[in-house]
Design a protein around this ligand. Structure first.
Ligand code: TYD
Length: 156
């Protein structure tokens, strides 16, 4: 009997999910709020925002090794496309009380910005260029390394 090494692609990435933020609407308009560790599942270290995206442009085709984010549409709408190396998912953000929780590890892009859209990102860490993977082939290699479990199978 000889031992054969088995490599298994573990689908262990935490799942992205839509978040709903509390808000108060009255005759003066709407107010929404987001509390760290309460309405997003991390401590907020940094906020960035994106506006003035020209028609047809897309942003953010990269992955983060550790960063957690919540993407919020303050105005307009956009679509977030996620890829885990095997499958793609799309999320449409169009309501100011919605956010998309984005765990680390996904290849992601943002596109189909409606004219005048404003994207707010709440993030778990300061800007760190070393946390980025900006090349899709590199991302796939990283996924294979980082998410692979090895085991032994005994075969005759
Ligand atoms: P980039 O990653 O290209 O934006 P996107 O992911 O939306 O396509 O970032 C644009 C520039 O802004 C790049 O030079 C890095 C810089 N930047 C910071 O300095 N701090 C930040 O918090 C972020 C998000 C980007």
């Amino acid at each position: 009997m000889k031992a054969v090494e088995v490599k298994v692609l573990l689908k262990t990435l935490p799942k992205p999910r839509m978040l709903e933020f509390p808000g108060v609407t009255d005759t003066r308009g709407s107010l929404y709020f987001v509390e760290a560790r309460n309405h997003v599942p991390f401590d907020i270290a940094r906020v960035y925002y994106i506006n003035d995206v020209p028609n047809g442009e897309s942003r953010g085709w990269h992955a983060h090794k550790t960063l957690q984010q919540a993407l919020v549409v303050l105005s307009g709408s956009f679509e977030v496309e996620l890829n885990d190396g095997e499958q793609s998912f799309k999320f449409q953000l169009m309501k100011a009380n919605q956010g998309l929780y984005l765990p680390p590890g996904y290849w992601r892009g943002i596109n189909n910005f409606a004219s005048g859209s404003v994207l707010l990102a709440l993030t778990s860490a300061y800007y760190d260029p070393d946390d980025y993977i900006r090349d899709y082939d590199e991302y796939l290699a990283w996924r294979r390394q980082g998410q692979i479990g090895t085991g032994s199978l005994h075969a005759d």
